[in-house]
Ligand binder design. Structure first.
Ligand code: NAD
Length: 363
């Protein structure tokens, strides 16, 4: 089969990590007999420098015409002070909106090989850590109107609007139920229904939708409690479904307790059309250009692309297995060296880590 992939390296470490993920794509193509045609386009700060805006028309057109989009990261200090209307993140928010990517799937899984990097006590993660956060991505306070800053009574005020329609809640709830059904059948809907009307509607609609998924065990949790429970007893969770802002915070929390942000992939999906796959971390300007970045989150994002966009589950398993093998053999980028003395571990750079994974992909 032939697949067209729109590749958006972006800024900072983006080009370095994406280059390794593209090597993995081509290796999988070779081994399994697929053709992955990769076309690289600009987004974020790199696009601002070249075209004056963070999401050029050509990028958007290529993304829409592709079978899937692979993204690195956007942003960096160089663009921190520019006009808010064209900041690098606008490129990311814009492409999510334009592709209708309303569902963000973020698995937070602790590789047993990386238990030493985990921030939680061994007795807490002894029961395992494997949580999937399903975050609503195109609604809530990030997009709600009215928004802005103005002067009221002689002082500056700023406002955002957290707003959800029934249909927006229903479609993400369905993704949550379907995801739970494919895993361990447990869905926890996170809201703030004790305070927010938008959360009360959220809860009502999720409960209505539960009637269509009787095989999934549904629970509800307030977001403040969920933040606490994720560090107190993370193994109680299977799938969490929540709105945009809560999901942004909880998915980072779920991610970081596994040890390194450099290990965690994500998938953003719409009702149809190409999905977008990216690591959850940012552009890490502090280590950009130094061959220090961990490419595994981006490589594991390719694995998610195989599952969610192409239905290539054997190919995804081959990538996951290659990553586990490399970790099992003791290879580590700096971020996953752990706090011990490093005995038995070999420190490698971004390019070498990519090559190690490529070398272990087998059918
Ligand atoms: P960050 O994720 O870029 O970095 C946080 C820390 O994690 C840094 O110490 C960094 O070196 C480290 N890190 C991140 N990814 C790593 C990797 N693959 N390997 C090894 N170490 C890694 O977050 P930040 O510092 O808050 O933001 C930096 C820039 O990235 C900002 O401009 C921010 O706006 C942008 N950002 C972009 C995205 C995105 O593109 N999706 C997400 C978050 C932040």
């Amino acid at each position: 089969m032939k697949y067209t992939i729109c590749v958006l390296p972006g800024d900072g470490i983006g080009p370095e990590i994406v280059a390794q993920a593209v090597r993995v794509l081509h290796r999988v193509g070779e081994v399994f007999g697929h053709e992955f045609v990769c076309a690289t386009h600009l987004i974020g700060g790199a696009a601002i420098d070249a075209t004056g805006g963070p999401l050029p028309e050509a990028t958007l057109a290529a993304a829409k015409a592709s079978d899937a989009v692979l993204l690195g990261a956007v942003g960096g200090p160089k663009w921190d002070a520019i006009d808010k209307a064209i900041r690098p993140e606008k490129g990311l928010l814009g492409i999510r909106k334009e592709l209708g990517l309303f569902a963000n799937l973020r698995p937070a899984r602790l590789f047993p090989e990386l238990a030493a990097s985990c921030c939680l006590r061994p007795d807490i993660v002894g029961q395992g850590l494997d949580v999937m956060v399903v975050r609503e991505l195109t609604g809530g306070a990030y997009f709600g109107q009215p928004r802005g800053e103005e002067v009221r009574g002689g002082e500056r005020v700023a406002l955002n609007t957290m707003i959800y329609s029934e249909s927006e809640i229903r479609r993400i709830a369905r993704v949550g139920f379907e995801t739970a059904r494919k895993r361990n059948g447990k869905l926890c809907s996170v809201d703030k229904a004790n305070v927010l009307e938008v959360s009360q509607l959220w809860r009502e609609v999720v409960i209505e939708e539960a009637a269509n998924h009787p095989d999934v065990e549904l629970s509800h949790m307030y977001v403040d409690n969920a933040a606490m429970q994720l560090v107190r007893a993370p193994s109680q969770f299977d799938v969490i479904v929540t709105e945009n802002l809560f999901g942004d915070i909880l998915s980072d929390e779920a991610a970081i307790i596994t040890g390194s942000i450099g290990m965690l992939p994500s998938a953003s999906l719409g009702a149809s059309g190409p999905g977008l796959y990216e690591p959850i971390h940012g552009s890490a300007p502090d280590i950009a250009g130094k061959d220090l970045a961990n490419p595994l989150a981006t490589i594991l994002s390719v694995s998610m692309m195989f599952v969610h966009s192409f239905g290539l589950t054997d190919e995804a398993a081959a990538v996951d297995k290659a990553v586990a093998e490399v970790l099992g053999e003791g290879y580590r980028t700096g971020d996953i060296m752990g706090t011990g003395d490093g005995a038995g571990l070999t420190r490698v750079g971004c390019v070498e880590m990519g090559g190690l994974v490529v070398g272990r992909i087998r059918n």
